[in-house]
Ligand binder design. Structure first.
Ligand code: HEM
Length: 550
């Protein structure tokens, strides 16, 4: 073309200069020198600078500020076990400028989870992440003493009477989900669902119908679902590390928080002014009208923010647990069969009809409970728990001796102290066949599992009232999927109910099969999730696999 000819002419006449090859080389070598200097001086500082022997050892890292963020973030278990082998049970690693002091094992868990409010703070560790999502005035945006009372109010909505009404609601929602929303009864009707996506939908439907009430469940088909999605995207490790970035996801999070909060306010207004016919045992009903010990009322805005917190607290934790449970069951058909037999013996009448699954009956399913427990042991949705150190924290010598052998280690004020219950639950020094999914270990009268349960919730656990009723302290158990101490989860029983009813529905009605390999773990989310886990379902009594989740 004419343009090409003109280009060739100009080039021959030297009017067009080739790019100076020395420029990129110059830039590259400058970057290399800079990196070399930064890494070199960082390493020299770690090797040569005298270390305070009363401080725990610092994990060797190449880059200052970033520290060990990559190794911890991509596989925390591998990283923590490796560090334990090198540094012992107490060590500090750097993560984006934060000093994270890990204390491993049951004694380590006790150091932070059993610590005094004046020494360690969950509020200071989490508020920058949670307050923009939940809203102001609740959970970690208020003094610890108020959170303890808020947990007491939440427990009003989690009574056995409430659970009795929740069980059939969870069953109905699950039935509707399988039969109508997914159309699983229509052959061929396959749709593509990954286990975690599948359960994320089912968990929010069942949790909203029970805990949140009819109006919220109805709202999930409209704009509330979008708001929830935007809130959820504001609850990621990036938000934990960088609370406020000028990014669309942060702006959407803030808009969604306001919209969700207003949505709950409107529900409360309608209920109060008699414009609603809802009269249920849900959480809104349990929370409204409460006051703190000093007479301060819990406002509608507080209730709205607590409702958001509850929705978020149970969503990924239970979706992850149900997904892992189903994936393991799909991989182990014999255990799935044994679970079906347990279910059949409990619920099938002689004429072949089935009894309803009730709250009481969920407590009579030992294998079901064992399956959920074992899944939580291997896949604790929250593997690490953080607290900010408010004043120097002395490490008991029984946990780790100080660097010079005489003075105990001190975790300095300003560090984060990290409990890693996931590591204790997978520790091969504690658990026989730690990395084997074996629900039957929980059915043995004696042994590690029974001991761990006793110290978590049973005979050997100290009972304490932190302000939300008598609970097992449980901070020295090697098994604590629901946390321990004053921040222990109040949703544990609800989670067991929800998971037991959903799994019972599946066991009664479907056969399952794992598609492809057992999934890897995704650690890039706040809650540990399966990465690409697919299962197929077949309705019992039918010969064809009707749903491929792939
Ligand atoms: C606290 C796990 C379900 C509400 C916690 C903690 C853990 C946990 C580990 C302690 C956090 C810390 O110490 O920093 C789980 C798991 C669940 C689950 C594994 C399901 C399998 C739920 C549900 C609800 C809920 C369904 C609501 C009904 C809470 C609340 C706290 C909490 C209010 C207290 C936070 C605090 O005191 O700081 N949960 N949870 N959780 N969870 Fe859950």
């Amino acid at each position: 073309t004419e343009a090409q000819r003109e280009f060739a002419r100009n080039f021959r006449e030297g009017k067009i200069q080739p790019i100076d090859p020395t420029i990129p080389l110059y830039i590259l070598s400058s970057i290399a020198i800079l990196l070399f200097t930064v890494v070199g001086s960082n390493l020299m500082q770690q090797f040569l600078a005298p270390r305070d022997p009363s401080h725990p050892p610092v994990v060797l890292h190449y880059f200052p500020w970033f520290g060990s963020a990559y190794s911890y973030g991509t596989d925390p278990y591998k990283f923590l076990f490796k560090c334990r082998a090198k540094y012992g049970d107490v060590f500090t690693f750097i993560m984006f400028g934060r000093k994270m002091t890990v204390a491993l094992g049951p004694k380590g868990n006790n150091l932070s989870l059993g610590g005094k409010v004046s020494h360690v703070s969950a509020e200071d560790a989490y508020t920058h992440l949670t307050t923009p999502v939940f809203g102001k005035g609740v959970v970690y945006d208020c003094p610890n003493e108020m959170l303890m009372q808020q947990k007491k109010f939440i427990k009003h909505g989690l009574t056995p009477q409430a659970f009795q009404t929740y069980a059939p609601l969870i069953w109905q929602e699950t039935h509707q989900f399988f039969e109508q929303e997914k159309g699983f009864n229509v052959y061929p009707g396959p749709k593509s669902y990954e286990a975690i996506k599948f359960f994320s939908e089912l968990i929010i439907l069942t949790a909203s119908r029970t805990l949140q009430g009819k109006e919220v469940r109805a709202g999930l088909t409209s704009s509330a679902a979008k708001h929830f999605e935007h809130l959820d995207k504001g609850f990621t490790p990036i938000n934990f590390l960088f609370p406020n970035l000028p990014l669309p996801s942060y702006r959407k999070r803030d808009k969604a928080q306001k919209a969700m909060s207003d949505f709950y306010l409107e529900i409360m207004r309608k209920r109060r002014e008699g414009e609603s016919d809802v009269d249920e045992h849900d959480m809104i009903a349990a929370l409204t009208g409460n006051e703190y010990k000093d007479g301060t009322p819990l406002t509608d805005r507080d209730v709205a923010h607590m409702m958001i917190a509850i929705l978020m607290a149970g969503q990924h934790t239970s979706s992850a647990t149900s997904s892992w449970t189903l994936l393991h069951l799909a991989q182990k058909p014999l255990i799935f069969k044994a679970l079906f037999e347990e279910h059949r013996d409990l619920f099938q009448n002689e004429d072949g009809t089935w009894e309803d699954v009730t709250y009481e009956s969920t407590k009579e399913m030992p294998l079901m409970a064992a399956v959920i427990r074992e899944t939580l042991r291997m896949h604790a949705p929250i593997h690490s728990i953080y607290r900010k150190v408010l004043q120097d924290l002395e490490v008991p010598p029984a946990l780790a001796a100080g660097g010079n052998g005489s003075r105990p280690y001190v975790v300095p004020k300003g560090h984060f102290v990290v409990a890693a219950p996931g590591v204790s639950a997978m520790d091969p020094k504690v658990w026989p066949d730690a990395d084997k999914w074996d629900p039957f270990r929980w059915l043995e009268d004696k042994g590690m599992a029974q001991e761990a349960l006793d110290s978590y919730s049973g005979a050997t656990s100290e009972q304490i009232d932190y302000g939300f009723g008598q609970v097992s302290k449980g901070t020295e158990s090697p098994y604590m999927p629901f946390g321990a101490g004053r921040h222990r989860c109040v949703g544990e029983q609800f989670a067991y109910l929800q998971l037991s009813v959903i799994m019972s529905y599946i066991v009664r009605n479907y056969d399952i099969q794992l598609l492809g390999a057992f999934p890897q773990t995704n650690y890039n989310t706040m809650i540990v999730l399966p990465l690409n886990g697919y299962v197929t379902f077949k309705k019992r009594g039918q010969s064809k696999w009707i749903l491929s989740t792939k």
